[in-house]
Design a protein around this ligand. Structure first.
Ligand SMILES: [Zn+2]
Length: 125
């Protein structure tokens, strides 16, 4: 089990990651808004009409949104990890209930699964 000092250490680690992530998401949002600003062609008519013309632009924008959602996903996981710290469930695998190794938490502070359950989950996919 983790003592308070360890929990505080990981809490700070997660909070720092979270802060950086929020900055990244903000930057990505700015990008997406910036690119869409001069686009007066409605999305749908562009889709059926000038496919070639808007191709690159739309792809770039899609990429930004994709990244934004990926980052958004990670943000959710970081928040969940903070919740688990509050509840005293941090560092315990949600699947098998065994402690997650410290090395793994250092690498992935928001990890919910121990390495064994994680690799099982990946195989099941
Ligand atoms: Zn496990």
């Amino acid at each position: 089990m983790m003592d308070k000092k360890d929990l505080e250490y990981f809490k700070q680690l997660i909070l720092k990651k979270r802060e950086e992530l929020i900055k990244q998401i903000e930057a990505l949002k700015q990008n997406a808004i910036g690119e869409g600003r001069d686009d007066t062609v409605p999305e749908q008519s562009g889709y059926t009409y000038h496919m070639a013309d808007i191709g690159t632009d739309a792809m770039e924008r899609e990429k930004s949104f994709y990244l934004a959602s990926r980052e958004g996903n990670l943000l959710w996981h970081l928040d969940q990890a903070l919740l688990r710290i509050e509840k005293g469930e941090y560092g315990i695998c949600v699947q098998c209930g065994k402690p997650i190794s410290r090395a793994r938490l250092e690498a992935v502070p928001h990890a919910r699964l121990c390495i064994e359950c994680k690799s099982k989950e990946e195989q099941g996919r």
